[in-house]
Design a protein around this ligand. Structure first.
Ligand SMILES: Nc1ncnc2c1ncn2[C@@H]1O[C@H](COP(=O)(O)OP(=O)(O)OP(=O)(O)O)[C@@H](O)[C@H]1O
Length: 359
């Protein structure tokens, strides 16, 4: 039985840059590749695609594309690549752009129907349009649909939203979320944006200088105190929660997660029973030794100190806490950590100032 998942082991040199990675990634869902400019994210995708010569191994859900003895050329690797700047054919309508790749796939190999891709990316009203009459976000949706219509076994996306304005980014996110939740095809997604990663990724690979510095399920990696490359400013945890109650009087909604519950500002779209993804940033959690009820913060949760990372940067410490089994991070001044004499095993109260719904 072929092993599921993606095995990607590569060593190569591009100019003076060296890439050396050995990854075992999930065979479905969205894996984000994250790291500073120049750390090798695009080079890694190019190795996977066979566009960059490298020694190594590449297997996708049991299908071997490269091993010690040989490497399939790019056109024999069933993958699709979506770039930052789309390259739709300017002289073809949206429909004909979509049909271009689709027609080249033998009928028996087609995994995704034309109508399915059009529906997933919300393109039915755009089929007759020419690319020049599309917004940047619409063009990118067409590019993703065109990629899917080649029935790839792996979808590589290199900063697909980075050329878009904020409004177009927000427009396209729900489509990407739906693909992540529906498609059986694994997606590798390069991004610089912690907001995009928090919202879209199931799994994350952090790179630095051509090496992998952290890798694992998003929730686990985000909950580490030792975030690479000064990410502690954006440090925070991601929680999967279920909406369980609406408080109409105060316009609040209760979201239950493994370690307790949090109250959120209610809006019309939040329905009881909905599953949501929440982000709680470390900078939005302060700590107290006892329950402080004479203050304005409504989300007070008991937790146990799990780890104290003192002075992650000058004057700043990160404390890892557990509410039940669920980890949280709190970013405090090192003086506060000292004054509260925080240490592992201690019971404290988290005062959570803000909770964002990211999905
Ligand atoms: N053709 C090339 N010749 C020489 N050096 C190259 C070449 N292509 C890339 N590099 C170098 O390899 C390193 C990795 O580049 P790569 O594009 O993979 O980084 P990245 O993480 O994708 O960056 P970004 O986020 O800016 O797109 C960089 O230092 C880059 O300058």
């Amino acid at each position: 039985m072929a092993a599921p998942g993606i095995q990607a082991r590569f060593a190569c040199k591009v100019g003076t840059f060296e890439l050396d990675v050995d990854l075992n990634l999930p065979g479905s869902g969205l894996t984000a590749l994250f790291g500073h400019s120049g750390c090798g994210k695009t080079t890694l995708l190019r190795c996977m695609a066979g566009l960059q010569a490298a020694e190594g191994i590449m297997r996708v859900n049991g299908d071997e594309w490269q091993n010690k003895t040989g490497s399939r050329p790019v056109h024999q690797r069933p993958l699709a690549y979506v770039f930052q700047e789309t390259s739709l054919f300017p002289h073809l309508s949206v429909k004909r752009n979509l049909m271009y790749g689709y027609k080249r796939i033998p009928q028996s190999d087609r995994q995704i129907s034309f109508d399915q891709a059009v529906e997933w990316l919300g393109l039915s009203r755009l089929l007759g349009r020419m690319p020049e009459k599309l917004s940047g976000g619409e063009r990118q949706r067409v590019a993703i649909a065109r990629a899917l219509l080649t029935s790839p076994r792996l979808l590589l996306m290199d900063e697909p939203l980075s050329a878009l304005d904020q409004a177009s980014k927000l427009d396209i996110m729900p489509y990407l979320e739906a693909l992540r939740d529906t498609l059986a095809i694994p997606m590798l997604y390069v991004s610089h944006s912690t907001a995009e990663v928090a919202r879209l990724a199931d799994h994350i690979v952090m790179m630095d200088g051509g090496r992998v510095v952290a890798e694992g399920p998003l929730q686990q990696i985000m909950a580490r105190t030792n975030q690479p490359f000064g990410l502690e400013k954006d440090a925070g945890v991601i929680l999967d929660a279920t909406l369980s109650e609406r408080d109409e009087q105060w316009h609040l909604c209760r979201a239950d997660f493994g370690g307790g519950h949090l109250w959120l500002r209610a809006d019309e779209s939040l329905m009881i029973g909905h599953k949501i993804r929440l982000q709680v940033l470390a900078r939005d959690i302060s700590l107290a030794r006892s329950k402080q009820t004479d203050q304005s913060i409504q989300n007070l949760l008991p937790a146990i100190v799990d780890e104290v990372a003192f002075e992650v940067s000058p004057g700043t410490s990160i404390v890892r806490l557990l509410a039940g089994q669920t980890p949280f991070l709190s970013r405090l001044t090192s003086r506060a950590v000292h004054t509260l004499a925080l240490e592992p095993g201690q019971q404290v109260w988290m005062q959570i100032k803000s909770v964002a719904i990211v999905d």
